[in-house]
Design a protein. Structure first.
Length: 277
């Protein structure tokens, strides 16, 4: 029986690793998977598990982009990389709106909006937005083609888009921030990269909140399940990030928009049929 739960944790880690970085909503997939693949653990542990395995996902960003996010150089001058410090200030500024909403209203928002209908509607809406924005930007040259060209004003606007994801499950944190960045003239590559970096404080903060709420006391088996899910999410995230970065160099985000629309429609239909049975 315990072996089955470990297999479930592996599958959930794979789903988290893929959907956390592609703009397709990890919540939308998890809410579906939970119908067919439920961990045989306490509700409190499962709530914490789905958030904390994101730490495994975020460590993939840290490993892949260490040279771009670590501001200190021990081998060459200058010792402190000013551009990286400025980038982190932009990231922290962008995090403030979602952090305030999350700390003050997390439980209330989950109670109001964490349901299949909200998730499905946001999947479809942002899927449509992706297609519309990509069509609108077609033929236009981006304003910001590297991280240094991304201004503080742009960072604040991207941060406000992240609030939408914090309020409405199914939006996709990466989807909302990438879409916001594209709207204000940020290139696809910089939009994706800024989204990756923005996730670092956001996910660490969210995971810490859930751990504090759950308590830092785990049974041995709970620790195994959490570790397996996190490690798998880390490995799969590395592959997913590399895929996305390579993909958007030659393609736009419209395919993800269409995928979201199809998935959202499926979620609506699935739960409507289940309600009738």
């Amino acid at each position: 029986m315990e072996f089955i739960e470990i297999i479930k944790a592996i599958i959930l880690g794979i789903i988290e690793g893929i959907t956390e970085w592609l703009p397709v909503s990890s919540t939308g997939h998890m809410i579906l998977v939970d119908e067919f693949l439920q961990l045989n653990m306490s509700p409190a542990f499962k709530e914490m598990f789905f958030v904390v395995i994101q730490l495994g996902a975020i460590m993939a960003v840290v490993v892949l982009y260490w040279k771009k996010i670590f501001p200190f150089s021990f081998k060459k001058k200058p010792f402190v990389q000013k551009s990286i410090i400025i980038m982190w200030i932009k990231i922290l500024i962008a995090c403030v709106p979602a952090a305030i909403v999350g700390v003050l209203f997390d439980d209330k928002l989950n109670e109001l909006f964490y349901n299949p209908t909200t998730v499905a509607i946001m999947l479809i809406l942002f899927g449509i937005f992706f297609i519309v924005v990509e069509n609108y930007n077609k033929g236009k040259n981006p304003i910001a083609n590297d991280m240094d060209q991304l201004t503080f004003k742009m960072a604040i606007i991207i941060g406000l888009f992240q609030v939408i994801a914090a309020v409405f499950p199914g939006t996709s944190r990466s989807g909302a921030t990438i879409l916001g960045a594209l709207l204000i003239g940020v290139s696809r590559e910089v939009a994706a990269e800024f989204t990756f970096f923005l996730a670092i404080p956001v996910m660490f903060g969210a995971s810490l909140l859930k751990l504090v709420k759950f308590g830092f006391v785990f049974t041995g088996f709970e620790m195994i399940i959490l570790s397996v899910g996190s490690i798998v999410a880390f490995i799969v995230s590395i592959l997913a990030i590399k895929f996305l970065v390579g993909y958007i160099k030659k393609h736009d985000f419209k395919v993800f928009g269409w995928y979201r629309i199809v998935l959202g429609a499926f979620v609506l239909i699935f739960f409507a049929i289940r309600a009738l049975l």
